[in-house]
Design a protein around this ligand. Structure first.
Ligand code: FPP
Length: 234
């Protein structure tokens, strides 16, 4: 099962306590630790977390710096836990705008955890789904996309299996009360079940994850087909 999470609400969590927004991100990073452990316990195969979007560069420089510092700190602190607990870490998104320090931490973490087979943890950093689909299409077409006669959807099916290299999302969770995808895993969420909760990310916990998983278990996934009973009645 692939679960993806848009971790929203850090800023509001901090504002409600009269704290700077960055304090919300610090608390949010602690919750990441707990949810990764809970996901491994819940036998989730892949967990993709939206940590920093391409559009987040537009936030105040101090907030951007805090977010990227927290990411680096997280990778440095958690790599040994991940390696010991068979959690494979990958960072998805652009790498050309990240600092050498953060890049080193990412590469170190990916190398040290490469053998992890229990949970695949993917952290989206400088990530935009539209950008990643375009990049994947460019890679899939030798010589570039121009003049290609391939039908776009056919091409993108290829892309999905090769260059994007990820299974579809089964359950997308968004905390913080907003109901939108914010340029996250647009291709992979084609048939994802969506779960929105008002809980702010720093307040999210293992119980919240289990509640989302229970809700998902009650959904009927049809992938555009008829429910099984109706299928048999034809
Ligand atoms: C959205 O909340 C959250 C983010 C932009 C960043 C998410 C980052 C973390 C949870 C911490 C670092 C991540 C890792 C993997 C260690 P917001 O700031 O938009 O909240 P608001 O909507 O209440 O303003």
């Amino acid at each position: 099962m692939h679960v993806a999470i848009i971790m929203d609400g850090n800023g509001r969590w901090a504002a409600r306590r009269g704290l700077p927004r960055t304090a919300g991100h610090v608390q949010g990073a602690k919750v990441v630790r707990r949810i990764v452990e809970a996901a491994a316990r819940a036998d989730i195969a892949t967990l993709t977390l939206y940590a920093f979007s391409c559009d987040n560069w537009g936030r105040p420089p101090g907030e951007v710096a805090t977010l990227l510092r927290l990411l680096r700190r997280y990778l440095l602190a958690e790599t040994s836990y991940c390696a010991e607990n068979l959690v494979r870490v990958n960072v998805i998104g652009r790498r050309d705008r990240l600092s050498p320090d953060l890049l080193r931490a990412i590469e170190h973490s990916e190398r040290m955890t490469a053998k992890g087979s229990r949970l695949h943890l993917r952290i989206a950093v400088d990530y935009s789904a539209r950008h990643s689909i375009l990049q994947a299409a460019r890679r899939a077409l030798p010589g570039g996309a121009s003049g290609a006669e391939t039908e776009f959807l056919q091409l993108m099916n290829e892309v999905n299996h090769s260059a994007l290299a990820t299974q579809g999302v089964d359950l997308l969770i968004r905390t913080g009360g907003e109901k939108r995808l914010s340029d996250f895993l647009l291709w992979e969420c084609a048939y994802a079940e969506l779960y929105f909760t008002d809980c702010l990310w720093p307040d999210f916990d293992e119980d919240g994850l289990h509640q989302a998983l229970r809700d998902y278990a009650g959904r009927q996934r049809r992938f555009g087909r008829l429910p099984q009973a109706a299928d048999a009645a034809i």
